[in-house]
Design a protein around this ligand. Sequence first.
Ligand code: SF4
Length: 380
Amino acid sequence: MTAASPIIQGWCPGALRPMASGDGLVVRVRPRGGRLTSEQAAKIAQLAAVHGNGLIDLSSRANVQLRGVTESSHATLIDGLRTLGLIDASAEAEGRRNIVVTPFWHDGDGTQNLAAELTAALAAPDAPQLPGKFGFVLDTASAPVLRDVSADIWLETGPNGLLLCAQGAAFGKPVTPETAVAEAIALAHWFMNQGGVTAGRGRMAALLKRVALPPEHTEPRAAALPQPVVGPVSAGSLVAFEFGQMRAETLAALAKSGPLRVTPWRMLLVEGALPHIPGLITDATDPLLRVIACTGAPGCVQALQPTRALARALAPYVPQGAVLHVSGCAKGCAHPTPVQTLTATAQGFDLIHHGTAAAAPDTIGLSAETLLTLFSNRDA
Ligand code: SF4
């Protein structure tokens, strides 16, 4: 395998359909409504420690992933998750339940109702048979904040009410809380009927390069807010973790504070008082927030180099406001959009000044030592 030829699975791991990785099975749990109750979070922490290797990732689709699960412990783990209401009727139903919910919802704004209604619609027998990575966003708090999520259909707050929008479109279709979910499902059917799926794969953005949206998509979308930083917010506190990963003990301790909202920024929104425990990033200037790194070697079987030790070492040299992505291969799982990137190859790392992990490199074959020297002398 070369850096230019990672295996693209075309589907995301689930709980019922885990993905094999270098450290065992990755079991992805999709919180309903983007929120874990205290009981769910505490039990997930316990299950991760007993049936996995105790490491828990936050995904860019606002899910939690248990790592290091074995084939023999998977069934018992699923039984435990089922008692928490986190397991779908089938792997297909689970695969369709790709819904990212704004963590900034508040009681009475209708977001949780939409989440429950959309969840039910996607589990219905007549639900569109959408491809594995197709997803929905409910960005229906006071202002949109989830524009950069990898998804296909949005229900979001517009200048004059709810809007139904397609990925990347500048205009949406006005809908009401009563019609929103039916309209979102209708747009998913439209995607299927227009030939959006080829060989089981397809995304809305690719279809819209060939086909115009229905004519009702005429209302301009509201400007989206920038990605929030760690710290207090109206619904609680946003807290981050090194590389979006925590230990089971950390999740167990957070669960004692109250419900947790899972965000696509690899942060949790803790609804209750933030406990003083190790492993939390609560300072928005922490250099670790400026580096992104996938699992890398040896945790991922596709990785060509370890990633996180290098990212940790380079973090102090990444300027405030900048982002460095260290990717174990050209697939770039941890960050799909262009930033300064180091992509692992069999010879070291390729440096891409601004691009995704698969972009053409500006410099090739750099060792970790060379990169440390390069970064530490940048402003000298
Ligand atoms: S980008 Fe990282 S996590 Fe994704 S396949 Fe490559 S090495 Fe694995």
